[in-house]
Design a protein around this ligand. Structure first.
Ligand SMILES: CC(C)(COP(=O)(O)OP(=O)(O)OC[C@H]1O[C@@H](n2cnc3c(N)ncnc32)[C@H](O)[C@@H]1OP(=O)(O)O)[C@@H](O)C(=O)NCCC(=O)NCCS
Length: 206
């Protein structure tokens, strides 16, 4: 029995665990990280905390195993991350040495994102201001649950005024790329692809 429901505050640990278990191009990243919370600290937890009305989970008999999180206004969300979320992540950590960037560990790459974040490009946000992330543990993958979560998230975002969405996908994550395309997304501007992230967009019917 699978249930899609609003994310609750005590789901946060499950979100961190799912982000880690799907953090290596969609596969398990737990062997790559010393700090198991870094992936979730970037890709799931702050959304659940700062945008709780746009955070949903999929739960089966064994617990929460998937989520959809996001925001209607990517730029405003980035501002809130800078003011309300990253300062506490930075506390007690140092930015990794740029001179060793080609040898950064996975933790160091995430710490770099936390200390020196790169905003989503203007050409992505301009026409597609909302964005979302959908992640499922392997036991829920390939069963239509991603689409159910994305549909629930999109209906909620549309009710809050969202008219166009984007998703940023690792270019090597072929499964996610075909998933988003089946959800009606298309690459926003293939000529501007930076080699690592594919930016896909979708306009919602008025
Ligand atoms: C990418 C991801 C969100 C896609 O969600 P998903 O529900 O697994 O969706 P998929 O498109 O892979 O699988 C749908 C499959 O379920 C099948 N399916 C079974 N029952 C279904 C149903 N009731 N409704 C729809 N599809 C169903 C479909 O036929 C489809 O199979 P196919 O790919 O052979 O055509 C999910 O696999 C995931 O979380 N992966 C790891 C993390 C990740 O990469 N996240 C995205 C980062 S951008």
């Amino acid at each position: 029995m699978l249930r899609i429901r609003a994310c609750a505050s005590d789901d946060l640990e499950a979100l961190y665990a799912i982000s880690l278990a799907t953090g290596d191009r969609g596969g398990d990243a737990s062997a790559l990280y010393r700090d198991p919370r870094l992936m979730g600290a970037i890709y799931s937890a702050p959304y659940a905390l700062l945008e709780p009305e746009l955070a949903f989970v999929a739960e089966d008999a064994d617990g929460v195993a998937g989520f959809a999180v996001g925001t209607c206004d990517t730029r405003a969300f980035e501002d809130r991350l800078a003011a309300e979320w990253r300062p506490r992540l930075r506390a007690g950590t140092s930015p990794p040495d740029p001179a060793r960037a080609d040898r950064w560990t996975a933790d160091e790459r995430r710490l770099h994102q936390i200390h020196t974040p790169t905003p989503t490009p203007d050409w992505v946000v301009a026409a597609h201001p909302a964005h979302l992330h959908v992640n499922l543990l392997p036991r829920l993958q390939g069963r239509g649950v991603g689409a159910r979560l994305a549909d629930r998230w999109t209906a909620s975002a549309a009710a809050r005024g969202a008219r166009a969405l984007h998703a940023g996908v690792n270019a090597h994550n072929t499964r996610a790329l075909s998933f988003w395309r089946r959800q009606g997304f298309a690459e926003i501007d293939p000529a501007r692809r930076d080699g690592r992230t594919v930016w896909l967009g979708r306009r919602l019917a008025p």
